[in-house]
Design a binder for this molecule. Structure first.
Ligand code: NAD
Ligand code: SIN
Length: 482
């Protein structure tokens, strides 16, 4: 039986009922119950009890168990990829890439830890990296395997134990992943799983955890930050959303640029945190590229994952309706439909492109779906100013063959993950991944995750006292009276 996992035992949740649906068909994929408060406390207690011996397990053995996990995932690639596609609606080619990223995460994390958090000792001093203890990991639905894994793997490597609360929209993928961790030989209690909605998340944060590693929206990240106010001893790493700009300047190859734009804005049906949301066209330099994008978009294949389309559905019908409501809002504030996003049944919608001529107040919210806003500016400086005119600061891109514009972009753009003549989405796991402003709290993940998974202990080391002479501070009078 599966359900929630506490101390190596699967059990039924005693909290609210949960169901996860296939977004393409509405079919029920998973039905069960979230954890109740008692189960949350039990999971944290199990993690707390398992953590010291996990930390004291030699690093080489911890690495071996993580490598076992990579092999176990590799052996189950097809099953895991299908589970991701069923639950999120992603085409199978994309879910398979997600599983590959999960496998690669192990070697990347081992090498990153060696670079950023290796222990070191000399005769008179040492530097040791110590785990925090129990880490609560919160995952989003858009990469239900890869993104939680991006926190879980480096945290385990550093010697922490985990209580994982996946998105309530993707419990089946979480359960399968935990089965693979157990099959890889991870000791009981080192990783625990709690299903549930926001109330389970809040209870977990209130429990005795030492770190909260969150990937999700700004709204929830900010709420967690408020909930942790007054607990500075709890580490909080926030990986949140963006309102990502993509500037299009003069380019030599229209076809290449058009596909970079399409992949930036519409891959995963716009459900990646790095997707371009605002296309900024510089003067008339980008007209032909933009027209080409508009020609291609209606030809993109949209469908269920088995058809291997370019785009699947959104995560659920509610998310699809939210994007369509936002489209209405953009039209009300002066936007004009170049291509209207339309409902195509269940959670499917087609790509939308809304031009925003002369709109004064930027719509500065993340639109998590296939809807692109287009702005025209007079020159490159204005493009940079508009690109930076957001509370967020996650991803930003430039399409331009002009070298001085490329340099200016890198100097002035305010975002954590930037690209030139590449799609904004598809970040590298071998670099840090995080944003500024409302996109993060300066705790980038990916190759920098080792930094927040351990704390450094500086050690000053003397020889045995019998080998030393007393060092009597200057000014000490040896008890003489005056
Ligand atoms: P979400 O913020 O709604 O949920 C994320 C997780 O938080 C889920 O597990 C959810 O159950 C939990 N949660 C919700 N309310 C909570 C609360 N009050 N306390 C504790 N936990 C709570 O995000 P989502 O809709 O699942 O995912 C999409 C969002 O994630 C987008 O905003 C996207 O940009 C962002 N995202 C960011 C990154 C990144 O690395 N920066 C990557 C992927 C997705
Ligand atoms: C994401 O984490 O949502 C996207 C990562 C990427 O593909 O850039």
């Amino acid at each position: 039986m599966t359900g929630i996992l506490i101390n190596g035992e699967w059990q039924a949740g005693r909290g609210s009922e949960l169901r996860s649906l296939n977004p393409a068909t509405g079919e029920v994929l998973w039905a069960g119950y979230g954890a109740d408060e008692q189960q949350v406390r039990e999971a944290v207690a199990a993690a707390s009890q398992a953590q010291p011996s996990w930390y004291l397990t030699p690093l080489a053995e911890r690495k071996r168990l993580l490598e076992n996990f990579a092999e176990t995932v590799q052996d189950n690639t097809s099953e895991l990829a299908k589970a991701i596609s069923n639950e999120t609606g992603k085409p199978l080619w994309e879910s398979t890439q997600e599983v590959t990223a999960m496998i690669n995460k192990i070697a990347i994390s081992i090498s990153a830890q060696q670079q950023r958090a290796a222990d070191h000792s000399e005769v008179q001093w040492g530097l040791q990296h110590r785990p925090l203890g129990v880490m609560a990991v919160f995952g989003p639905y858009n990469f239900p395997g890869h993104l939680p894994n991006g926190h879980i793997v480096p945290a385990l490597l550093a010697g922490n134990s985990i209580v994982f609360k996946p998105s309530e929209k993707t419990p089946a993928v979480a359960e399968l992943t935990l089965q693979l961790w157990r099959a890889a030989g991870l000791p009981p209690g080192v990783i625990n799983l709690l299903h549930g909605d926001a109330s389970v998340g809040r209870a977990l944060i209130n429990a005795a955890v030492q770190g909260v590693l969150f990937t999700g929206s700004y709204r929830v990240g900010a709420e967690i930050h408020r909930q942790l106010a007054g607990r500075p001893e709890v580490l909080l790493a926030l990986e949140m959303g963006g309102n990502n700009p993509l500037i299009v300047d003069r380019v030599g190859n229209i076809e290449v640029a058009a596909w970079h734009i399409i992949r930036s804005a519409f891959i995963s049906s716009g459900q990646r945190c790095t997707c371009a949301r605002r296309l900024i066209l510089v003067a008339n330099n980008a007209n032909s590229v933009f027209e080409r994008v508009i020609q291609i978009l209606p030809q993109l294949q949209i469908g269920a994952w088995q058809e291997e389309p370019f785009m699947g559905p959104l995560i659920d019908e509610q998310a699809a309706m939210k994007v369509l409501d936002t489209q209405k809002k953009l039209l009300q504030i002066g936007g004009r439909a170049k291509l209207l996003a339309r409902h195509r049944g269940n959670a499917f919608i087609s790509p939308g492109v809304i031009t925003m001529p002369g709109v004064k107040n930027l719509y500065d919210e993340e639109i998590f779906g296939p809807l692109l806003q287009v702005y025209r500016v007079a020159d490159f400086d204005e493009a940079i100013t508009l690109a930076n005119d957001t509370r967020f600061g996650l991803a930003a891109g430039l399409l331009s063959d002009n070298i001085s514009h490329q340099e200016k972009f890198l100097q002035h753009i305010r975002a954590g993950v930037v690209s030139i003549n590449q799609p904004t989405a598809g970040a590298s796991s071998t670099l840090p991944f995080g944003g500024v402003g409302h996109s993060g709290n300066y705790r980038p993940s990916a190759s920098y995750a080792a930094d927040y998974c351990a704390w450094p202990q500086a050690q000053t080391l003397g020889t045995a006292t019998h080998e030393q002479q007393p060092v009597i501070p200057q000014g000490f009078m040896g008890g003489a009276n005056h």
